[in-house]
Design a protein around this ligand. Structure first.
Ligand SMILES: Cc1ncc(COP(=O)(O)O)c(C=O)c1O
Length: 432
């Protein structure tokens, strides 16, 4: 399969050789590298990516799951084109940021006030600081396999084995201030936090990078009650689930409202974004008119609430607001997960297909996958083989990563993904 990929991607190979000289590992984000080298994209439209060699890929990676309407949806592109004529970046206050904030408040139950950032990482960083400011406590907790971006305090316990630092350069103090919790195991959480005073517990309602694993509803409810009891602020990192699981995100889908919510991806309509929001009394900590140093919590940034991003986000949320497209995608998601299970089962391959709503992933294991531990213990080499076979045949998943559906995917796109999966399952990876 590698041979087939290599024979079709000579221009990408040449670009990779060039890129390696100026970009570490030839990419701008480590996870975008895969063996033997990534293809380099020339353009994208709808459900498809086109590489520099002219190969076409049905895209289930969707810009890190951001593109729920597919690549360059006309309504977003038209709105952005109009905005470009009126300025690309103001660095002053403007009405579009108010409009998008109002739209978020309208759609999301846990949001009374909003602040925008340029990435999910940044939004999690400021949300964590805000929780510390509000509670006066230093320690925080996150879950094994949870990915919240590269911010030091949350860049812990993402990959198995969870006790090895994720990166060089993290200070001992940072490592000590973050407690790692078992996902979907409420008793385990209570045990680990028995003698701890926390500012916040940060959770992805569906583990994204950790394997596309949904939290159980009772687990989230338990966390909510636990946080209320202990005066801990509960942060939902909805960078993936926001405006995807439901118009109001995972908090609507699960019926559990966090204190602070973090958004990114879908909210930007294809442009860089992050946001954090919450109840008024929490968000007012960011207001220098209400809190003076050292009691106020800082947030800011040159490109915060960039007008082009605000425009794209607003056009996207308007399309998603009534829930019709999201509900349809969720039904397709249920069907795809079921069909993938059936295909592998019919071929005698042990897999667990995880996911929720329009997110899905495959784990080559017999064991039930309810946390990232189980996902990492599955046969990842097989998952890479499976995804590489799909890539070589024009279906793109970033190897091992959770796939996503968009409103731009056609029935034919799904059929192709399923038939290529069947091709892989029938040979159970033995062709490689
Ligand atoms: C759940 C979650 N939180 C935070 C982030 C970080 O967002 P960004 O890559 O925009 O910094 C990601 C990115 O993949 C994510 O999946």
């Amino acid at each position: 399969m590698l041979k087939e990929y290599v024979s079709k991607t000579s221009k990408s190979k040449a670009l990779y050789e060039r890129a390696k000289k100026v970009l570490p590992s030839g990419v701008s984000y480590g996870i975008r590298y895969f063996e033997p080298y990534p293809f380099y994209t020339a353009k994208a439209k709808g459900s498809k990516l086109y590489d520099v060699d002219g190969n076409e890929y049905i895209d289930f990676w969707l810009g890190h799951t951001a593109l729920i309407l597919g690549h360059s949806p006309p309504a977003v592109v038209d709105a952005v084109k109009r905005q470009l004529e009126n300025g690309t970046h103001y660095g002053t206050s403007h009405e579009l940021e108010i409009e998008l904030a109002e739209q978020v408040v309208k759609m999301v139950s846990g949001a009374e006030m909003v602040r925008f950032t340029n990435s999910g990482t940044e939004a999690n960083m400021y949300a964590t600081r805000l929780a510390r400011a509000c509670t006066g406590r230093s320690k925080i907790a996150k879950f094994e396999g949870g990915w919240h971006g590269g911010y030091d305090a949350l860049h812990i316990g993402v990959h198995y084995p969870f006790n090895i630092p994720e990166s060089a350069g993290l200070t001992v103090g940072t490592l000590q201030d973050t407690i790692l919790l078992p996902f979907n195991d409420f008793e385990g959480v209570k045990k680990r936090l028995k003698n701890e005073e926390l500012a916040t517990i940060v959770i992805e309602p569906v583990l994204g990078a950790g394997g596309g694993i949904p939290a159980e509803k009772e687990f989230l409810k338990g966390l909510r009650e636990f946080c209320d009891e202990k005066g801990i602020l509960l942060i939902f990192d909805e960078v993936i689930t926001g405006f995807r699981l439901a118009p109001g995100g995972a908090q609507e889908y699960y019926g559990v409202t966090p204190d602070i919510t973090v958004f990114g991806k879908v909210l930007g309509g294809g442009f860089p974004i992050g946001a954090f929001c919450g109840r008024r009394e929490i968000m007012e900590r960011l207001d220098t008119r209400v809190y003076e140093r050292p009691h106020y919590s800082f947030h800011g940034g040159t490109f915060a609430a960039n007008p082009v991003t605000m425009t794209a986000g607003l056009a996207t949320l308007k399309i998603l607001e009534d829930g019709e497209l999201i509900n349809k995608l969720n039904r397709v998601g249920d069907r795809i997960r079921e069909q993938l299970r059936e295909i592998f089962e019919a071929c005698g391959v042990d897999v667990q297909v995880t996911g929720a709503s329009s997110l899905f992933n495959t784990h080559f294991t017999r064991e039930e996958v309810k946390d990232a531990n189980a996902a990492f213990k599955a046969d990842r080499k097989k998952l890479i083989d499976y995804h590489l076979r799909l890539i070589a045949n024009g279906v793109f998943f970033l190897p091992t990563h959770t796939g996503a559906l968009s409103t731009a995917h056609s029935e034919a796109d799904m059929e192709k993904m399923l038939s290529e999966t069947e091709g892989y399952a029938k040979h159970h990876g033995k062709l490689f």
